[in-house]
Write a protein of this length. Structure first.
Length: 471
């Protein structure tokens, strides 16, 4: 009964330090015991011996092995599978990812760059094209698959090369083998675009127009062009400045169209550009700048108002427009129209022309229609005024009016209970505006005044007032 311990020593001979000890404590009689496992040894030569410790020395004594055994640990020899790549087939302008598998290693270790590949442009692997480190570190991956991704797309051509593992204390270095072809990069199929064509052409401001261009030349090995076509319109013949553009998705060769709405009036120049997204075809464009579209101004009629106004006034003259398009209003015009008339506040009743002009906007062709201002007689009203003097033989009245326009021309006739008087209006400052009349003694007096216009500018009017003499 007892325990057997196996001790491992560095180098040849068991007299040195102990690197590791392994024991079995369930000894029950004579016999063969083991195995005694120990790990973590680097490649090299080691020695091992055994000792027996008795559980009861009164029955059995301790014992040591009579020999020292030499043990050699060799490096592991990992292998690497041939390089493969994706996408396959590969085309210029695309990133390439290579793959290899490291296997049969003894817990391979290593950091960034310990597993790498080199690509060459010649079959002898003498002219390097690019070197790539694996996307995974050996410390974290161990045995397993490793990938390498190009940092910039390789040019079209055939590439040769291999991948390497630098090795570590427990594993020998390894590679994918001798120099061999590892990649074929196909050139992109060349695409081309036609000069854009607008339909219809010309159009009028606010009308829809369709701009089209035809893509051709793609389709290598069944990989049709994929991406988008950008159709652009410019206001200058150099195709510079602010552009109006729209895009259409592309799925193969063919004619692609986009719609444009509400383009301002003017001449437009266009280009087409194809942007490839599938990696099998070249992008192309922009096409040569060329005139592709004319947008004409829309017609807009400006009509002067037809109005009626009393003598002495001129109303606000506001035109009407027919017809705005594209949601425009008067506020959309660069400059709105203004209207005038030959009439003034002194013009006699009659009809006078109204004309409009001055509107400016590049999106409209302007036509003007005149209107008429009709001046009619102005209405009048007034009140009879008086100053009465009571006398022995009746009452003397000084009669006048208040309320008639100061420029009115004509006369006012005042009629009392027995007689009357008349005042004449010249429309001039300083004129006499009162007259005298003698009435009897029967009070109160009812006085009626009638205004008669003599220059045709005012409507006649009448006023009645009951007057009482002053004491």
């Amino acid at each position: 009964m007892g325990r057997i311990t196996v001790s491992y020593h560095p180098g040849v001979g068991c007299g040195g330090s102990v690197l590791a000890s392994v024991f079995i404590s369930t000894i029950d009689g004579n016999g063969t015991y083991g195995p005694f496992f120990a790990g973590g040894f680097l490649p090299g030569t080691y020695s091992a011996d055994a000792t027996y410790a008795s559980a009861d020395t009164t029955i059995n004594t301790d014992a040591n092995s009579t020999n020292c055994v030499a043990i050699t640990f060799n490096e592991a020899n990992p292998t690497m599978s041939p390089l493969t790549y994706a996408p396959d087939p590969a085309f210029a302008g695309n990133e390439i990812t290579f793959s290899t598998t490291l296997s049969s290693g003894s817990s391979p270790t290593g950091g960034a760059g310990d597993l790498f590949m080199v690509a060459y442009t010649d079959s002898s692997c003498n002219t390097p094209a690019f070197t790539l480190s694996s996307n995974q570190t050996v410390d974290s991956q161990g045995n397993g698959a490793y990938t390498f991704t190009t940092t910039s797309p390789p040019a079209a051509g055939t590439y040769y090369g291999r991948a390497f593992y630098k090795g570590d204390p427990e594993n020998a270095s390894s590679s994918t083998g001798s120099c061999r072809q590892i990649l074929v990069v196909n050139p992109l199929a060349t695409t081309s675009l036609s000069t854009p064509v607008a339909s219809p052409n010309p159009v009028v401001y606010s009308e829809e127009v369709v701009l089209s261009s035809t893509l051709s030349g793609g389709n290598p090995s069944g990989n049709v062009p994929m991406g988008s076509i950008k159709l652009s319109l410019y206001p200058t013949s150099a195709c510079s400045g602010m552009a109006d553009f729209s895009t259409a998705p592309v799925d193969g060769n063919g004619t692609y169209s986009v719609d444009f709405f509400s383009l301002p009036a003017g001449t437009y120049y266009g280009t087409a550009t194809f942007t490839d997204t599938d990696g099998f075809n070249s992008s192309s464009g922009p096409t040569t700048c060329a005139e592709v579209l004319v947008v004409n101004p829309a017609p807009l009629t400006v009509t002067a108002p037809t109005l009626t106004t009393p003598f002495g006034t001129i109303p606000v003259l506001t035109p009407t427009y027919a017809t705005f398009v594209n949601g425009d209003t008067v506020a959309s015009l660069t400059t709105p129209a203004s209207c005038t008339t030959t009439a003034t506040t002194h013009s006699s009743p009659g009809s006078y022309p109204i004309t409009c002009s001055g509107a400016v906007d590049p999106n409209y062709t302007l036509t003007y229609v005149g209107g008429t201002l009709k001046i009619v007689k102005a209405s009048t009203s007034f009140k009879v005024t008086d100053f009465l003097t009571v006398g022995k033989h009746g009452t003397t009245a000084v009669l006048g009016e208040t309320g008639l326009p100061p420029n009115a021309q004509g006369f006012v006739f005042f009629q009392g209970p027995s007689n009357g008087c008349t005042i004449y209006l010249t429309g001039k400052p300083g004129e006499t505006t009162t007259c005298f009349a003698n009435f009897g003694t029967n009070v109160p007096y009812v006085i009626t005044g009638i205004f008669y216009d003599t220059d045709g500018n005012y409507v006649a009017s009448k006023s009645t007032n009951e007057l009482t003499p002053h004491a």
